[in-house]
Structures are given as C-alpha cells and as structure tokens.
Design a protein around this ligand. Structure first.
Ligand code: ZN
Length: 496
C-alpha cells in the first residue's frame, strides 16, 4: 500500500493587503518543506498531516510527503505559489499510489481560482480518476461543489478554537484506510445554506455552534464515518462563502443525504443567533475599566480583544485603533500582543535594550479593498527586550508546532508593554508571551489581536473579556466589506 500525504493550507481574506507568496508557506526558509523535511516538521504535532503520517506508519504503509505548505491567512495566494505546491502534489500522485490524504484548509483563494482546493482536487482527479482521496478541512471552509465531487472522504474540524485538528486527520484517514482494506465504502453528501455566520459568533463553546458540532459527534457515534458543519469564512468575496455541511456514511448515500440536510436545517433555524452586534469602541473601553475596578484581589487580567485585526483571519495586525484607545485612556499595566511592524523592530534593534525610542508605530499597510489608509501612531518608550521570535506552541491549539514572529521587540511605555513583531502570529498560546518574557496572568489588562482562537491557550487566565471593535480587514461588517461575488440572497445581508 502506497499513500501520498500532503498539506496545502491557507485561509484567504480577499480584502487583505498582506501578500501571499510561496515564502509565506515556509518557516524560516524560501520554500515549504518537502519529503523528509516535511515529515520532520510535522511528526508528533497536533496537525492533520501528523495524524496521516501516524496512520500510515501504524498500517505499515509506504508513504511519500511531497510537500507540507501552511501559511498564516492573508490576501489571495500568488499563482506561482499555488502552482509550486499543486505541482509537487500532482507529480507525486502521477508516480502512482493507492490513496491520497490531504491536509487542506477549504477557504483558499488564489489570484486565478476562487476555489483553490477544488482546483487542486480537480487536477489530481485528472491524473487518477479513481484513487481514493481523503481530505481534512478547517471549520472555516467555504465549500464549493468541486471539493465534494473530487474527494472520497471529507472530515472537518469540530472545534473553534481548532483543538481537534489531529483527530480530524484521523477521521478522514481511517475512513480511507478502511476503504482500502475493503471494510467500508464511504458514501458522501454535502450542501450549503445561504447564510454568513459572523466569526465572533462561531466559537464552538457558544450556542448555536456548540449544539451543531455536538450533533455532528452524535451522528458519528450513531455510525457516520465523518459528520461536519463548516461555519464558513465571510471575509472572502467569493460566490460560495458561508455555511455548509458534509456527512460521510458507510455505504448509505440516502442516510448521508438525510443527516446532511438535518445539519443544514439546524443551522438555518439558528441563523439569527449567528449575527453579531458590534459595540462602539468607547463603550468597550469604559466597560473594561469598570470590570477592572470591580475585580477581586488576585484575579486575572481583563482581556481586550481587537477582533477587527486578527492575523489568523488575514488582518494586517498593524492597525492602531484599539491600542490607541488604550493609550489615550491611560490604562496601566497592560500587555499588548502584538503590532506587526518590522521597521519599528529594526529601529529598536538599532537603539538597543534599555534605550529610549520614539517610534511611528503600526499603520504601515493601507487597506484599499475596504477604503482605509494605514494610520501609524507616535509612541515613546524604552526597549525592554529583543529576541528572534521563535517558539513552539504548548497547546491545546497547534500543539508542538513551530511559530516564528521574526525579529521581535518589546516596547515598554511605562504603562503598556507592546510586543512588536516581524512575522504574523496570532496569540493563541501562553508560549507567545513567555517567549517575550511577559506573564499575562499578572497584568491588569491584556490586549489581543484575536477573535476566537485566543481562548485555546489564554482564556483560562482571563478574569473578563471585552470585545473591542477597531479597524481592519477582519471586520465582518458585511456592508463595510462590500461582498460583490457572494451568491444572493444570503442572510443576513438579505432579510430571509
Ligand atoms: Zn479556521
């Protein structure tokens, strides 16, 4: 038995000005790892590709990993990057295999293709029309028919924050191996609803997604091989953005159809609960100060979420709106993670640790797709720390995976410690703070550029959370974004 195992992961925010060349899919090198280097990068981690590798080895299968390519969310993937990755995978399939196991995202948009995953799968099918293809997908998949038509088994994450990525790989991989062993015959049904759930309402600890994902797990306990609800990624101006579901049964297409339709009906009935009410920033700041004032002794920080500029949804991570409001309000004992500003880091390196600096911080990237220009802010402080910005996640999210903030500096204004980074990294793990010598549990306030994923590693520390609407391409204010290509009517843009 010979398997091709590969990874191609990118969540594309079509409004993001952050470019997505091939180098963004590599950590500390120009190209993503291939072969033994790809196995070494992911073996033992909490990723879906690690689950595929473990399953192949446990089954005694021969396997090849032509490429493992994962990039932080950003603008449309450059054609050259997509062609590089797709060519490696297709070449491996062309050499012959019994099955293909793919760790994909599901919301990749390239310069030429609105459905990057569907295009990859179409090319694989053109090489081998019958080879079983198992796919692990992110819960933020925007499902096109080509993804369903060209794969044999699809499994999606059932948690957001995504802490079951390895298990998702196991579900997809086991179903394909059982097919190869003649033990099971996957039958798959998929479908969409015309609805755009707001990302701030998608957490799987919250209703209604909590109940939707629980029903998926229940279906699997009742015999489904994989049951998935994809809440979708609305920061993408493509036809098929939005909610979908996929169910795989063992040889029962009618049951797969019925269960898929049940999940879609449950989601539609909850569409109003997926709408998010945005609070004015001034209200949020006052709320945060009141929460701090009422805190019992020894309580953890009040977390201020700058959710409009989350790099894990394609944000530039350099808008200064929320951090500016924190500075203007005079909040004390604040840790802010993080501002993406490589030039400011270089200025702090030139100044040296302990030295005073005045920086034009953040706001370097314009956002023409939403009509915003970058607004830097002059900030004075002392360089507290300089480091290489590399750390490994502790988990539960992305356990063991390498993160690379690039050259990193901490600017201490006396009231606020601002982490300034040179590569995009979302704060979803305590290791992001320990890497820069900050104990967030000891701070009065912590500002995070994150929407839901911060909960994975940092929510246990928080006394309270205030969701602050700043500026950025992660806004899910659909009127601001201007979704032109999405199919209509769609809720809540259209009253349905
Ligand atoms: Zn996701």
């Amino acid at each position: 038995m010979k398997l091709v195992i590969a990874q191609m992961k990118h969540e594309t925010n079509t409004f993001s000005p952050v470019p997505t060349p091939l180098a963004r899919f590599a950590t500390g090198s120009a190209e993503p790892p291939e072969g033994a280097a790809a196995v070494a990068a992911y073996r033992g981690t909490g990723s879906a590709i690690a689950a595929f590798i473990d399953l192949a080895e446990a089954a005694g299968a021969e396997y090849t990993v032509p490429i493992a390519a994962s990039a932080w969310p950003s603008g449309p993937v450059h054609d050259a990057a997509f062609e590089h990755i797709a060519q490696r995978i297709c070449a491996a399939v062309a050499q012959g295999c019994d099955a293909v196991l793919l760790d994909l995202h599901g919301a990749m948009v390239t310069q030429s293709y609105d459905d990057g995953e569907g295009e990859l799968l179409r090319r694989i099918r053109a090489i081998n029309a019958t080879v079983p293809i198992g796919v692990a997908l992110d819960m933020h998949t925007n499902l096109y028919d080509a993804i369903g038509q060209h794969s044999t088994v699809i499994a999606g994450y059932q948690t957001y924050p995504h802490i079951d990525v390895y298990e998702t790989g196991q579900r997809a991989g086991r179903a394909v191996l059982a097919l190869l062993a003649g033990q099971q015959t996957p039958a798959m049904a998929w479908g969409r609803q015309p609805m755009l759930p707001h990302v701030m309402r998608q957490g799987s600890d919250d209703s209604p997604n909590k109940e939707l994902q629980a029903r998926c797990r229940e279906m699997e306990a009742q015999g489904a091989l994989c049951a998935s609800v994809f809440v979708g990624f609305p920061n993408a101006d493509i036809e098929m953005a939005g909610l979908s579901a996929v169910v795989v049964t063992n040889g029962d297409p009618a049951l797969a159809r019925r269960w898929c339709d049940e999940l879609l009906a449950l989601a539609w009935a909850q569409r109003r609960a997926f709408v998010y009410q945005i609070e004015p920033l001034a209200t949020s700041m006052a709320h945060a100060q009141a929460l701090h004032a009422a805190k019992p002794a020894g309580a953890g920080p009040v977390v201020l979420l700058d959710h409009s500029d989350n790099c894990a949804s394609g944000g530039t991570m350099d808008t200064m709106t929320v951090l500016g409001a924190i500075l203007d309000a005079g909040l004390e004992d604040v840790a802010a993670f993080a501002i993406f500003d490589p030039a400011a880091v270089q200025q702090m390196i030139a100044a040296g640790v302990g030295q005073p600096v005045t920086l034009s911080l953040g706001g370097k990237l314009d956002m023409p797709a939403i009509g915003l220009t970058g607004q830097p802010r002059t900030v004075t402080g002392r360089v507290k720390l300089l480091c290489d910005g590399r750390y490994r996640n502790r988990g539960p999210m992305s356990r063991g995976e390498q993160n690379d903030m690039g050259a990193t500096a901490v600017l201490d204004t006396g009231k606020v410690q601002i982490v300034v980074i040179s590569n995009h990294v979302e704060p979803n793990d305590l290791a992001a703070f320990t890497a820069v010598g900050i104990a967030p549990d000891r701070c009065r306030y912590v500002m995070l550029k994150s929407r839901i994923h911060w909960r994975a590693g940092l929510r246990p520390l928080a006394h309270a959370v205030v969701e602050c609407a700043g500026t950025g391409v992660c806004s899910s204010d659909y009127a601001l974004l201007g979704l032109h290509k999405v199919r209509r009517p769609i809720y809540p843009i259209d009253a349905m």
